[in-house]
Design a protein around this ligand. Structure first.
Ligand SMILES: [Zn+2]
Length: 669
């Protein structure tokens, strides 16, 4: 049954209003003015008034848009079990799979379809009369979690399909593109948070989060790979994939029809290496019988279909030796043990270090100096030690224990009361000092171009600076700076000019730059809005701080401790004397966080505002817009009825964003 244009508009309006509501109740910008938002709501009400039978309990007009957070997940039963696939790890096992089928079918298989196996989270989507009604995770295969509300914020999953069958179930994989994953981890480490382990865990965690704001902020993507409806029963698998693409689902573009098993094996060999160029993780190839009659004849076992199998790529692993274990001290004083390895080639790069995370992780894996270890790396993931290969050898070294004194300053080390991290508690620790200065100068803080790790180390080593306030005295020591290794007249002038410019940064960026623990970019903006000067902040009591949005007891305590420290007070006095802007000014209020810096966007479809206006809004936040989609495009923003640019983005693996997701992306953390 075809879905009418009015009905399509209604569903699009509901998606836009749900997303804006979610943002609003989280204290975020909705991307709409009040008038624009009201206009959307009025349009929806008019459509529902004209079609009373279209009113449904989950429509935003029925007043349930506000309680999205805090709602648990309800278990939902799969209409057909979501079976898992049998795994094979060798070409010989693949051939055995083919021989088994030939025996079962009494003749050759009429061709296979090979698809890349996306390392994400399997999802089942139910459409009724063309509308997305329910999204369920795999769960135990019989029943999973109903994650419909979160899935409704994913732009790559269409809220409606034109000309779809009355009942349609689509299965596929939700995943997080590697570039987005890398950006998430950069942001987390800038704020002193643990990086996320891998994109699959980040995807699973996001889908199950009870905070739709988080879902909207992480640009989850989707590939469809199966349709379960009457239309699929008589179609070959590659016809089904083409139909899914025609419905508007992203379908992984590298799938191929293979005449026989030799062609499948050639496909597997080819993608073993070529997958590294993709923007998503694949852990193998799924080989499926193409002919629906042969599928039916082969049938399924209780656990998995007999007509499909997963060929798993061997993980990128290598064996090397732990030469020593060093402890690094981060900006927040966190001690991270790092294994220094005999350099080894792995997935196209030379690996010489692997993080050991913390004491618990070291104990769990039993890593000691001198051990032969297996290490693993995939995509953007930090190399990890998987296992110790010779734990029983004689004369093995001692168990590694994180030192009780900081390797940089010999200060006391304490374990976090509620965590696994060990921390140097000396706030004047030199190792923390270098990291603190680098954070102060970083692009989204004071943005001092040219002040990188090597230069900060030199400046500290030469005694030219001791903390970030000293940066503003460098102009008076110009000759000494110019005499440093790899510096010269020109780069010294550039550095001093960048430091001079940094004095005029908006107050919120100074607050972020100070490196107060738990004060990330977003908190800094909220603080600056409520208490627009250093004096106001320094004298704020706990009650005042707790009244600020998103500031809880932990952040309030951290702020108060920072300003109460006499050493910090002296530091701030010197910043003010140097002429650094220490209060919000009218000009600074207007300044917008450059949250989209270095990102390239393409806009398609009908947006809630004129396209020029959206482009201008993106530019004001440091981003760029271009007309055509290419490999260099970071995101394609899709409005209503998106055109061929959306298809091109899917083909190139460029992530899609809804307007609400764009707004979330642009909102400082
Ligand atoms: Zn220390």
């Amino acid at each position: 049954m075809a879905i009418s244009a009015e009905r399509q508009r209604l569903l699009t309006l509901r998606q836009q209003i749900h997303a804006a509501n979610a943002a609003y109740y989280q204290g975020l910008a909705t991307g709409y003015t009040d008038a624009e938002f009201d206009a959307l709501l009025v349009e929806l009400e008019q459509l529902e008034a004209a079609h009373p039978d279209w009113i449904s309990p989950d429509s935003p007009t029925q007043g349930v848009g506000s309680d999205l957070t805090g709602r648990g997940f309800v278990a939902a039963r799969h209409t057909l079990p979501m079976l898992s696939l049998g795994n094979t790890y060798s070409e010989e096992e693949l051939r055995a799979f083919d021989r088994r089928l030939v025996r079962l079918l009494g003749g050759a298989v009429h061709g296979y379809v090979c698809e890349l196996k996306i390392d994400g989270v399997a999802l089942s989507l139910h459409y009724r009369n063309g509308e997305l009604r329910q999204a369920i995770t795999r769960g135990d295969g019989r029943e999973g979690d109903d994650v419909t509300l979160n899935v409704r914020t994913i732009a790559a999953i269409p809220p409606w399909i034109a000309a779809a069958p009355a009942e349609l179930e689509v299965r596929g994989e939700v995943y997080l593109p590697l570039a987005a994953f890398a950006r998430m981890n950069q942001r987390r480490s800038a704020e002193g948070e643990e990086p996320l382990a891998n994109p699959r865990n980040a995807t699973a965690g996001t889908l199950k989060t009870l905070d739709p704001r988080e879902v909207a902020r992480r640009p989850l993507a989707f590939f469809a790979y199966e349709a379960l409806d009457a239309g699929a029963a008589g179609a070959t698998h590659h016809q089904t994939l083409a139909r899914l693409a025609a419905y508007g689902f992203p379908v992984e573009s590298h799938h191929a029809r293979c005449a026989d098993l030799d062609a499948c094996i050639a496909y597997c060999r080819r993608w073993h290496d070529e997958r590294r160029a993709l923007d998503y993780l694949t852990d193998g190839v799924v080989v499926k019988v193409d002919d629906p009659h042969q599928r039916a004849a082969a049938g399924t076992t209780a656990k998995s279909p007999r007509w499909a199998i997963a060929f798993k790529f061997p993980p990128d692993r290598a064996v090397t030796k732990v030469e020593r274990i060093e402890v690094q001290v981060g900006r927040t004083g966190k001690l991270t043990p790092v294994a220094h390895l005999t350099p080894v080639e792995l997935a196209g790069t030379t690996v010489s270090r692997a993080t050991l995370h913390n004491q618990d992780e070291i104990d769990r894996k039993g890593v000691r100096v001198g051990d032969r270890v297996e290490i693993e790396k995939a995509g953007e993931i930090i190399p990890q030690v998987v296992a110790v290969l010779d734990p029983d050898r004689p004369d093995r070294g001692k168990r590694f224990v994180i030192p009780s004194h900081c390797p940089a300053c010999d200060g006391a080390v304490a374990r976090d009361p509620d965590g696994v991290a060990h921390r140097c508690v000396n706030i004047h620790c030199p190792a923390q000092r270098e990291a603190v200065i680098l954070h102060f100068a970083s692009r989204r803080a004071m943005d001092i171009a040219g002040l990188g790790p090597a230069l900060v180390e030199q400046l500290l080593g030469a005694g030219l600076i001791h903390d970030y306030a000293d940066l503003f005295t460098l102009a008076a020591q110009r000759a000494a700076v110019a005499a440093l290794e790899r510096m010269g007249e020109r780069s010294t002038d550039n550095l001093l000019a960048a430091i001079e410019q940094a004095k005029q940064r908006p107050f919120a960026r100074l607050l972020y730059a100070l490196g107060i623990r738990f004060v990330g970019e977003k908190t800094a903006y909220l603080l600056a809005a409520a208490l627009p000067s250093l004096d106001a902040l320094a004298s704020a009591d706990e009650t005042t701080l707790l009244a600020i949005p998103e500031v809880g007891p932990v952040i309030a305590e951290s702020i108060r401790r920072f300003f109460a420290d006499p050493a910090n007070q002296a530091l701030l006095d010197r910043l003010c004397q140097a002429g650094v802007r220490a209060e919000a000014s009218a000009a600074a209020e207007v300044a917008v966080a450059q949250t989209l810096a270095n990102l390239t966007f393409v806009l398609t479809g009908t947006l809630s505002r004129p396209r020029d206006e959206v482009a201008c809004w993106i530019r004001a936040r440091g981003g760029r817009t271009t007309a055509a989609v290419s490999k260099k495009t970071d995101y394609v923003v899709c409005g209503d009825a998106p055109g061929s640019k959306r298809d091109r983005a899917i083909a190139l693996g460029v992530p899609l964003l809804s307007e609400a997701q764009l707004t979330a992306l642009a909102t400082p953390e």
